[in-house]
Design a protein around this ligand. Structure first.
Ligand SMILES: [Zn+2]
Length: 57
């Protein structure tokens, strides 16, 4: 699987942001700066709540 995108809801401000499921860098919330995902070498560790999965094309 080439990876996919997930919609993550920020636990602090409830902003929803699309994050690559295999993000290679830390992804921060665009609104409040909370870490939403951390790289692990495989699938990123998502800190918030995944509300939707969007398959890559
Ligand atoms: Zn936030």
């Amino acid at each position: 699987m080439a990876g996919s995108f997930v919609t993550v809801q920020c636990p602090d401000c409830e902003n929803e942001q699309v994050v690559f499921s295999k993000a290679s860098t830390v992804v921060n919330c665009a609104v409040c700066g909370t870490t939403l995902a951390r790289p692990t070498g495989g699938n990123a560790a998502v800190e918030g709540e995944v509300t939707e999965t969007v398959e890559a094309r």
